[in-house]
Write a protein that binds this ligand. Structure first.
Ligand SMILES: [Zn+2]
Length: 471
């Protein structure tokens, strides 16, 4: 029955009336669809991880209450994605008067040309069905966004054609009227000029729009959602108070509360390419190190916590680290790709642009900070898996003269050949992850060596692109 309904769709006002289709205001439509999801227990948004018990419940309440809402959060907290996902609460398609610029409800048109058409054509008025994507628009607020962009302006060409200024036909509609019966998202709301905020407030409050001195009454039906950095939003003067009051629901987003959640997001979001014959094996500790670097950056006094440190940093660092490992496999003809500690310098380039330092100072400070964060993350992750004391046998071997050379371009087999003499080291690595391939084993071995170095149990020297551990 459902399928048949999808095939046939009313094409005229008469057919629409006969089908008993009910036009709902956008808030009611979203509420209806949310209630259906709540009834079946279906998760609201499947691809949003880590907000199940914090952000999502507030969002559900806001939708049920029919509120305009603002999401407050630092960068990289999936605010845009949350907002875009709201379109999933819209019906897949709704009917509008065919050709209408502002998605007029066939039963109650508000624009002048549709009202005229309805009078002329009556029941034979044509309608069309538009998808939910067409009922969503987003605008990045910048100081040069104008009232004309958001609301509309008088079109001089139409005036020149002889239409009177008092005639609504001379209006070129802006973004808000164009998403009538839909959702408009304004990102970084505090960056809007005050004058534009006033205009936005009027439209949210009164629902009618005023253009260039003359007021036309258009009772628009738009859910307005915004996002902002919390500090910019609460700073006095950045947002006019009445506009603030108009956002009935204020929802605070946050970074993942635990590294494991962030790792899960990385796993879901990182870019993947067609499998081209290489098997990528990510040792869990390497993923944890990358995620931990981001967590440490979020606690660092040297990093601007006002801007925040995006989850995207964990994602692009993971991608860079894997690419470096992949390059090695390609060059050396290895089939297994597994990142190791010596691949970590590859993430310096992907980290740099994503950290905003608290104060500007000498060159190279950022580099130093990132290296410090990497070391700290490796040490903490190492401590999670190993107890330095239990590695006394390995340390002893180094003090008796053993050395080990590692680098991001050395074959995995070469690692294993070098370390075959340090039996304790290989045994520990093998028991850490039994039956793994040489690339993973090499990665574990280097992890142990670096951990011992960071605990001052062995020495380390840089030999060009290589690193030598020694007693
Ligand atoms: Zn219309």
């Amino acid at each position: 029955m459902k399928a048949a309904k999808e095939i046939w769709k009313p094409e005229t006002l008469k057919e629409l009336r006969k089908s008993r289709y009910r036009v709902l205001p956008v808030r009611e439509e979203m509420r209806k669809n949310l209630m259906a999801k709540l009834k079946t227990g279906e998760p609201l948004f499947q691809d949003i991880v880590g907000y199940e018990s914090t952000v999502i419940p507030q969002l559900e309440n806001a939708v049920l209450a029919g509120h305009d809402m603002i999401f407050l959060g630092e960068r990289g907290q999936a605010k845009s994605r949350l907002i875009r996902n709201l379109t999933r609460l819209l019906d897949r398609e709704i009917p509008i008067i065919k050709g209408c610029e502002i998605n007029d409800n066939p039963f109650a048109p508000i624009c002048k040309s549709c009202r005229e058409k309805t009078l002329e054509q009556g029941d034979s008025l044509e309608i069309e069905w538009i998808t939910s994507e067409r009922r969503y628009a987003e605008k990045l607020a910048t100081p040069d966004v104008t009232i004309a962009d958001l609301i509309g302006e008088v079109d001089p060409i139409k005036v020149a054609e002889g239409k009177y200024l008092s005639d609504e036909h001379v209006i070129h509609f802006g973004m808000i009227p164009r998403v009538n019966r839909g959702i408009l998202s304004i990102n970084e709301l505090p960056d809007l000029a005050e004058k534009v905020q006033v205009g936005l407030f009027n439209i949210m409050q009164e629902r009618d729009i005023q253009i260039k001195g003359f007021s036309i009454r258009l009772v628009l039906d738009v859910l307005i959602v915004a996002s902002a950095n919390p500090e910019d939003y609460t700073n006095r003067g950045r947002i006019i108070t009445p506009l603030k009051d108009r956002y009935s629901s204020q929802i605070r987003t946050h970074y993942p509360v635990a590294p494991a959640i962030e790792s899960k997001i990385v796993e879901q979001e990182r870019r993947r390419f067609e499998d081209d014959g290489y098997a990528v094996v990510m040792p869990p500790f390497m993923q944890e190190i990358v995620t931990q670097i981001t967590f440490l950056a979020r606690q660092s006094a040297e990093v601007s916590q006002h801007s925040g440190v995006s989850v995207r940093m964990s994602i692009s660092n993971t991608e860079c680290m894997l690419s470096n490992a992949e390059k090695r496999a390609i060059r050396l003809g290895e089939k297994e790709v597994s990142p190791r500690i010596s691949d970590l310098p590859a993430i310096i380039s992907s980290t740099a642009g994503k950290l905003e330092l608290e104060s500007f100072s000498e060159d190279g400070r950022e580099d130093k900070l990132i290296r410090h964060l990497i070391n700290e993350a490796v040490r903490q992750t190492f401590d999670k898996y190993f107890d330095v004391g239990s590695l006394a046998g390995v340390v002893a071997a180094f003090h008796e003269g053993a050395t080990a050379i590692v680098s991001d371009s050395l074959p995995s087999e070469e690692y294993l050949r070098q370390f075959s003499g340090i039996s304790d080291l290989l045994a520990r690595a093998e028991s850490f992850r039994p039956q793994c391939g040489p690339a993973v084993l090499a990665s574990i071995v280097e992890f142990i060596l670096e951990g011992l170095y960071l605990h001052n149990r062995v020495h380390k020297e840089q030999l060009g692109a290589q690193v030598r551990y020694k007693g």
